[in-house]
Design a binder for this molecule. Structure first.
Ligand SMILES: Cc1cc2nc3c(=O)[nH]c(=O)nc-3n(C[C@H](O)[C@H](O)[C@H](O)COP(=O)(O)OP(=O)(O)OC[C@H]3O[C@@H](n4cnc5c(N)ncnc54)[C@H](O)[C@@H]3O)c2cc1C
Length: 477
C-alpha cells in the first residue's frame, strides 16, 4: 500500500473503536463535530497522490522503487534533512500549520525511534527488533498515529505509587505470556479519536522506583479496553466556512483510558526501566527530529499569523503610526527568528551515534522555549490591531442582500469591501482569540513538553566551552 489515500484513511475509521464525546459513544466518521478534522486529515493523505507534490511528500529508497511517506525517511546527510523539510512543508502549508499531529509528525517519531533501534535492543534484543518491525509496518501501511505520553496531573509533588489512586497514571499491572496488561490513563492525546494507532511512550520525570509506570508501545486504537474521551469540539460540519474559516483544523484532543489493555509483546518497545524512560526522547533523537518537524510546521502557522497582522493594519492604514509599524516589524522579526532557528538546526546538524543525521538539539531547545512566546505575541498583536472590530464582526447571514441594516457597509475600508474585511476579522479572531485560537497557543506551549523544563535542560546540555573561552580571553586583557 505504502501511500494511503484519504478515502482509505476514512474507511479505516469504522473499526469498532470506543470513542466517547459529550457522554455518548460515537462513530467518529459520521460525527458532525469530528468529520471536519477527518476530512482535513484525508486531504493530507490525498496530497500524497497529487502529482504536483507527490515527489516532495514521499520518497523512494531506490529509483523505480515504491514510494513511502516522507516522515519515514531516515536522514543520512544534511540533504536528507532538507528533503524532509521540503515534504513536511507541503503538509504544513496545506493546514497553515494549525494541525500539529499530522500523519508525517508521528511518522517522524517512529522513524527516529527505529533509527535508534539499538537503544531499545539495549533493554532486550527483541525490543529493538520490535521497533524496527513497527517502522517497516508503518512505512508500508501509512497509518495515522497519535501520541499518548503525559500522565494525568493529580499531584505533581508526589511519586506515582504514593498517589491516593495509583492507578490513575498508566501502569503495568500484569505481565503475561501474551504481553503487558496496562491500566490507567494518559492525559492529552491530540487526534487520538480519529487515528489508527496510539504510540505510548514516557516523557522524562520518572523516579528511580517507578518501574511499573514506564513502558513504550503501540496499539491499534480499536484495541479492547481502550476508551478515548474527547474534549468539547470546536468544529461542526455544515458550519459556515466564512464565519469559521479555520475550525475544520480543530485537532480534537482526548483522554485515553486503558482498562486492562493487553499490549502484545511484538508491540512492546521497552518497559519497566525509569532510566530508559527519562533518556529515551533525547537518546533516540526523537526530540531533535520532532523539534525539526515542529519548527517547519510552526513556521507555516507564523506566516499566517503575520500575514493577518499586516493585512489588518494595512486595511485601516494604521501603518501611518510609528508604533504600529514597530509592532509589525516585531512580528516579522519573530517570523524570521523562527525561520533562522529551523535553518540553524540543519546547519548545525550532526551525525548521531546511530549513524543518522540529526538536527541540532540546541536550536530545537531554543525554538521550544521561544516559539510559544512568539505565538502569544503574534496573537496579541492581531488582537490589538483588530481591536473592537474583531469582536463586532457580524455573521455571513448578516451580509445577505436586502437586509435593512446593510451592516457590511460599516466594515469596509479604503482597500477592502465590507464582506472581505469581515472575512479577515473572522480569520483573525479564530487564530488569536476564540477557543480554537487559544488552544493553538496552548498547543505551541506544551505539545513538545514543558518549555520551562526544556529551557533548563538547554542550559544543562549546552556546550559552553566557547563561552568560557571568550570570557577567558576577555579577562586576560
Ligand atoms: C493542546 C495540547 C495538545 C497536546 N497534545 C499532546 C499529545 O498529542 N500527546 C501527548 O502525549 N501530550 C500532549 N499534550 C500534553 C503535553 O505533553 C503536556 O501538557 C506537557 O508535556 C506538559 O506536561 P503537563 O501538562 O503534565 O504539565 P505539568 O507537568 O503538570 O506542568 C504544569 C505546570 O507546572 C509546572 N510543573 C509541574 N511539575 C513540575 C516539575 N516536576 N518540575 C518543574 N515544573 C513542574 C510546569 O512548569 C508547568 O508550568 C498536549 C498538550 C496541549 C496543551
Amino acid at each position: 500500500m505504502a501511500l494511503r489515500t484519504g478515502k482509505e484513511y476514512v474507511s479505516g475509521l469504522s473499526d469498532g473503536r470506543e470513542i466517547w464525546l459529550a457522554g455518548e459513544q460515537v462513530a467518529v466518521a459520521e460525527h458532525p463535530a469530528l468529520r471536519p478534522v477527518i476530512d482535513s486529515v484525508a486531504g493530507l493523505y490525498d496530497l500524497q497522490h497529487d502529482p504536483a507534490v507527490q515527489a516532495e511528500v514521499s520518497y523512494q529508497e531506490a529509483p523505480g522503487g515504491p514510494r513511502y511517506p516522507i516522515g519515514y525517511l531516515i536522514p543520512r546527510d544534511r540533504e536528507d534533512l532538507v528533503t524532509r523539510r521540503t515534504g513536511i512543508t507541503c503538509f504544513a502549508e496545506a493546514c497553515f500549520g494549525l494541525m500539529g499531529r499530522t500523519p508525517d509528525n508521528v511518522a517522524t517519531l517512529v522513524m527516529a525511534f527505529a533509527s535508534a533501534a539499538e537503544f531499545f535492543s539495549g533493554h532486550s534484543p527483541r525490543f529493538g527488533d520490535n521497533i524496527r518491525a513497527y517502522y517497516q509496518w508503518c512505512r508500508e501501511n501509512d497509518p495515522f498515529i497519535a501520541i499518548a505520553s503525559a500522565n494525568p496531573q493529580v499531584d505533581r509533588s508526589r511519586g506515582l505509587d504514593d498517589l491516593d489512586d495509583p492507578l490513575v497514571p498508566l501502569k503495568i499491572v500484569r505481565e503475561t505470556s501474551d504481553g503487558l496488561v496496562v491500566k490507567g490513563a494518559k492525559m492529552t492525546s491530540t487526534l487520538a479519536p480519529v487515528t489508527d494507532e496510539l504510540l505510548v511512550f514516557p516523557i522524562p520525570g520518572y523516579r528511580k522506583d517507578e518501574h511499573a509506570y514506564t513502558a513504550g508501545f503501540a496499539i491499534p486504537v480499536n484495541t479492547p479496553g481502550l476508551r478515548i474521551v474527547c474534549r468539547e469540539p470546536y468544529a461542526m460540519s455544515g458550519r459556515n466556512r466564512f464565519d469559521h474559516p479555520l475550525s475544520r483544523f480543530d485537532e480534537i484532543d482526548a483522554t485515553c483510558v486503558f482498562d486492562d489493555v493487553l499490549v502484545p509483546w511484538d508491540r512492546v518497545f521497552f518497559h519497566g526501566d525509569p532510566d530508559a524512560a527519562n533518556s529515551l526522547i533525547w537518546a533516540t533523537t526523537g526530540f531533535q527530529h520532532q523539534g525539526h518537524h515542529g519548527m517547519i510546521r510552526g513556521l507555516a502557522k507564523a506566516e499566517l499569523m503575520v500575514a493577518v497582522a499586516v493585512r489588518l493594519a494595512e486595511s485601516t492604514r494604521s501603518t501611518a503610526h510609528l508604533h504600529v509599524k514597530e509592532m509589525l516589524g516585531e512580528v516579522l522579526g519573530l517570523l524570521d527568528s523562527a525561520r533562522a532557528c529551523l535553518l540553524l538546526s540543519e546547519v548545525d546538524a550532526t551525525r548521531s551515534r546511530w549513524g543518522t543525521f540529526v538536527p541540532a538539539a540546541s536550536a530545537v531547545y531554543t525554538s521550544r522555549y521561544q516559539f510559544p512566546a512568539a505565538c502569544d505575541r503574534m496573537a496579541e498583536v492581531i488582537r490589538i490591531l483588530g481591536s473592537g472590530a474583531i469582536i463586532a464582526a457580524p455573521t455571513a447571514a448578516d451580509l445577505a442582500p436586502g437586509l435593512p441594516h446593510d451592516v457590511g457597509r460599516y466594515f469596509a475600508t479604503g482597500d477592502m469591501t465590507g464582506p472581505d474585511r469581515i472575512g479577515l476579522l473572522k480569520l483573525a479572531w479564530e487564530l488569536s482569540g476564540d477557543a480554537f485560537g487559544q488552544r493553538q497557543l496552548l498547543y505551541e506551549r506544551y505539545y513538545g513538553g514543558d518549555p520551562v523544563r526544556l529551557a533548563a535542560a538547554h542550559y544543562q546540555t549546552y556546550d559552553k566551552r566557547r563561552l568560557e573561552d571568550v570570557l577567558r580571553r576577555a579577562l586576560a586583557g
